[in-house]
Design a protein around this ligand. Structure first.
Ligand code: FNR
Length: 353
């Protein structure tokens, strides 16, 4: 099967399989604050990923490109939504354009539509230093995402089977990259040991890409004859994975993604320790089913709701929201305790002004 056809299949199957809902974020509750001492217009959504300053903690996560005119159109619309709402945006894996320059247009359109926007390039961990540089140059990227997706590759009939040496290649890319490097999963989560290894080679941020949203086992199983259904329930839920990575307090910033759909999901992800939240499948669904204007409206609504949540909690900034007390219960509590991560440090803190 051609790479271009696969890109389109992924979009169709992502829309058809939808997003499951076991992110673990339902196990997280804010401790209500009756004396918030804050007002709505003061709530500041600005955040940073390493040296990159963002006006919103939300970004459009990596999806597409490399699938001909249909993916040009999707990336154009996503870029227009990003421009209109001030969101950063990642393109999908650029390997297809490195292999076939005819596909470069489906990525370049993002920079053309949003010349001053913050745009992330994207490649897999098989990438070489030269490929990483070429991907950044292609779209004048402000950062480069490197995705880790071993379970997706194993489930993909034509996928990779050899995952040796990824950390070393990432280390080399970080050493030679002129832009910050973000390492991400695609929906199976990143545990604290892997996060620690990634931080030790100098990545700027870890996007934990947790379980509970777009499910690449289901998507690839839809393209197989003999199904690997055991991978359908495989992965570290998003809430758990954020707390695992944040527990390191290492140099790398933590980014939340995987099943993020609402302002409340974003607020909880930030309170668990994320500095930003990526959304892919949900934005794709709104765009493909309801169109560009609806997507822009949705993002604007999420922004205003997030400010309301922050105001209710007395958090004026994303940094203050990160200190808001939360109660972690259920399976997420059990998991974190089994992994030696202290949930009381979340429940007994207060926002320091
Ligand atoms: C993706 N994702 C993805 N990630 C990546 O690093 N490179 C890629 O090329 C793609 N391609 C892709 C295509 C489609 C159609 C979807 C929906 C997603 C994964 C994406 O960035 C994200 O990590 C996961 O989808 C989990 O987030 P959501 O979708 O649950 O918000």
């Amino acid at each position: 099967m051609s790479r271009s056809k696969r890109k389109w299949d992924h979009i169709q199957h992502a829309l058809a399989t939808g997003q499951s809902s076991n992110t673990g974020l339902a196990d997280v509750a804010f401790v209500h604050q009756s004396l918030p001492d804050a007002f709505l217009d003061q709530a500041d959504l600005g955040t940073s990923i390493g040296e990159l300053s963002l006006s919103s903690p939300i970004f459009i996560n990596a999806m597409t490109g490399g699938g001909g005119e249909r993916t040009v159109q999707i990336n154009r619309d996503l870029a227009l939504a990003a421009k209109s709402t001030g969101l950063a945006m990642a393109v999908g894996s650029q390997m297809s354009a490195l292999k076939d320059p005819n596909e470069a247009e489906s990525y370049r359109v993002v920079r053309r539509e949003n010349p001053r926007g913050i745009i992330f390039g994207n490649l897999g961990s098989e990438a070489t230093i030269d490929q990483a540089k070429a991907a950044v140059d292609m779209i004048e990227a402000d950062a480069l995402q490197i995705h880790l997706n071993a379970v997706q590759e194993l489930t993909m009939p034509e996928g990779d089977r050899d995952f040796r040496g990824a950390l070393k290649r990432i280390e080399n890319i970080v050493a030679h990259s002129e832009v910050p490097v973000v390492v991400k999963e695609v929906g199976f989560g990143i545990n604290k040991e892997a996060a620690s290894m990634l931080a030790s080679v100098g990545v700027t941020a870890i996007d934990i890409g947790g379980f509970g949203g777009t499910n690449f086992s289901r998507i690839e199983n839809a393209r197989r004859d003999r199904l690997l259904t055991f991978f359908d329930e495989w992965g570290i839920p998003t809430a758990v994975s954020i707390a695992e990575a944040a527990s390191l307090k290492a140099g790398a910033a933590v980014i939340a993604s995987g099943g993020i759909r609402t302002s409340n999901d974003i607020a909880k992800a930030i309170a668990l320790g994320a500095g930003a939240a990526g959304m892919a499948g949900f934005f794709l669904k709104v765009l493909m089913k309801e169109g560009l204007e609806a997507l822009i409206e949705e993002i604007n609504s999420i922004h205003s709701e997030l400010k309301m949540i922050m105001t209710a909690l007395g958090a004026k900034s994303i940094a203050e929201l990160q200190q808001s007390p939360i109660i972690i219960s259920g399976r997420t509590h059990h998991w974190l305790n089994e992994r030696g991560i202290d949930t009381k440090s979340y429940s007994r803190r207060t926002i320091k002004k």
